[in-house]
Design a protein around this ligand. Sequence first.
Ligand SMILES: [Zn+2]
Length: 301
Amino acid sequence: MFPYYGDIPELSSVLDSHRDCMYQAYKDVLGSLLIRPVEEADKILLDENSFHGSEFFERFGVNPTSRKNKFFTAFGEDSEWAGLNTDGSFSPFKTQVAPGFILTREGFDISREYYSGWVNPYLAPYIHEYNHFLIFALQEKPMMVAISILVSKIKPKSWPPKIGDIESLIGEYEGTREEKQLVALLTVWGMLIHGTYESFTRILDGRVMQRMGFDVPGEYFNIPPKQFLPLFMESIQTVIAVPVGDMLYGASIRERMRTLQDWVARMDPSNEVQSNFMECFREMEIEKVPMSALPLPEQGE
Ligand SMILES: [Zn+2]
């Protein structure tokens, strides 16, 4: 488990020296039943092309302006994707999706200060991005895919939008006032999925590092419960409810895992637009593959 084939030797060496202890920590936190499919996924979905630094990876054209560490997914070029309608519906399509990691020196430098004094600054960010992968691997229909589809419609400058940026995001969306209202509801749904994914990842990071013996700050676990902040949007003269906080507040790690794995059935849309989206998403055929199995984009593009 915990592969890394990138070009940062400090990360390779910290992983080598912690691999056994990490493995035990994951086993303790998640149980063997969940570890086994992740071990399989490690072997099948990750290889030297899955990491930033490989030529293959670079040619996928991952946003070069963002050197922050992150986990991301790439779609196969041949997926028959006709676009998302404003009412949330789309033609369910068949696609291949591949996981990848951007782990860069700049990325580690950005977060270094936060980790100094209690955990190795290469180890903690790796655990975070790896946990995103772990959840992706365990989801039959990954949240990452749903988020990508929503983002392709919403076209934010960065995702997720900050609360203060939602107004301008929706205001700048080209469409009638009614279309803007619908896109606002899709944005909120994307933020809810993203928030659920992100807060659980962070709690899992905390548990694993604690189990490994690190003195993890309380903020890893004390994420406030979910609430909806009402936000009045001038441009569409509508109040939307923006979700913040932990969507699964108080749930144990195992309960959270069950909910995350089965999120398509368990997360309840609160309006028709979101229901339309989920109904179509449920029908998609998603095959997870390694990056190297995706056809490379045409050169010169
Ligand atoms: Zn994250």
